[in-house]
Design a protein around this ligand. Structure first.
Ligand SMILES: NC(=O)c1ccc[n+]([C@@H]2O[C@H](COP(=O)([O-])OP(=O)(O)OC[C@H]3O[C@@H](n4cnc5c(N)ncnc54)[C@H](O)[C@@H]3O)[C@@H](O)[C@H]2O)c1
Length: 255
């Protein structure tokens, strides 16, 4: 059976570890040629090597996706290696956990640059070739935090609110050029980011114990469970799904 991304060329920002790493492996297993664009070159190399060892095609490209020149160079490198980009997963992101009144302007600027400016830069760099190619699919990582606030996460929650709307606005503006853009919105997921978030929230006195997470979403989620949702949105199976927010949170935001 042909893979669900056969013939596609995918860029996955933050594709080295966590959910991005799981998506890099899954997208490649489904036939995509995958460019892992990540600032953690060692981990990106490792994920790309695992994909190649499993018979897939992948390249690791080191870049800070909040930097315009580095994003443009990463897209050029992908084109040189694999040709036109058909699929973009805007996943890279990070978090600041602090009482709001202790946060600094530098932290605000950094977090918005890594989580939001990165989507703007990457999408703007890739859209013209998708349009010239007759269409494309974009998936943006939002979060339950786009609609449900957690104490100590004002900066993070605002970035994810922006990612949430970015996906929708791109979908509306580019639908007629056969571009689909959707957001995947994970709950608490077992990744380096997710585990650091839980540890730092607990240290700051916010109850994110196993029992609290169980009450909100049954259990912690696994990176592969989010990668499968991103795959659906990225694939032609989601041909009429555009501007959607797909929560992968086992009911967290339904309550
Ligand atoms: N883990 C969770 O519980 C959770 C829940 C909801 C949303 N998210 C979102 O998932 C993303 C975090 O990914 P993860 O949880 O898979 O964990 P992760 O920390 O393993 O992955 C993040 C990846 O992004 C890369 N990255 C970070 N900043 C970058 C930059 N400026 N340039 C290039 N690469 C960069 C990291 O090197 C890493 O490989 C963020 O967008 C976050 O908002 C995570």
């Amino acid at each position: 059976m042909a893979g669900r991304l056969e013939g596609k060329v995918a860029i996955i920002s933050g594709g080295a570890t966590g959910m991005g790493g799981a998506a890099s492996k899954l997208f490649a297993a489904e036939g995509a040629k995958v460019a892992i664009v990540d600032r953690n070159k060692a981990a990106a190399d490792e994920t790309a090597a695992a994909i190649v060892a499993a018979g897939g095609e992948a390249v690791a490209i080191a870049a800070d996706v909040s930097d315009e020149a580095q994003v443009e160079a990463a897209v050029r490198a992908t084109n040189e290696r694999f040709g036109t980009v058909t699929t973009l997963f805007n996943h890279a992101g990070t978090i600041v956990i602090k009482p709001f009144l202790d946060t600094t302007l530098e932290e605000w600027e950094m977090l918005h640059a890594v989580n939001v400016r990165s989507m703007f830069l990457m999408t703007r760099a890739v859209l013209p070739q998708m349009i010239a190619n007759g269409g494309g699919a974009i998936v943006c990582t939002s979060s339950i935090s786009a609609v449900a606030a957690t104490p100590m996460e004002v900066l993070y929650d605002t970035t994810k609110g922006a990612c949430h709307m970015f996906a929708r606005a791109i979908a509306v503006e580019f639908r007629d050029q056969n571009i689909r853009c959707n957001a995947v919105c994970p709950g608490f997921i077992r990744t380096p980011h997710g585990l650091r978030e839980v540890a730092e929230l607990q240290a700051a006195g916010v109850d994110v114990s196993d029992a609290a997470i169980a009450a909100q979403q049954g259990r912690i989620g696994e990176p592969e469970e989010v990668a499968k949702a991103a795959l659906f949105l990225a694939s032609d199976e989601a041909s009429f799904v555009n501007g959607a927010h797909l929560f992968v949170d086992n009911g967290f935001t339904a309550m």
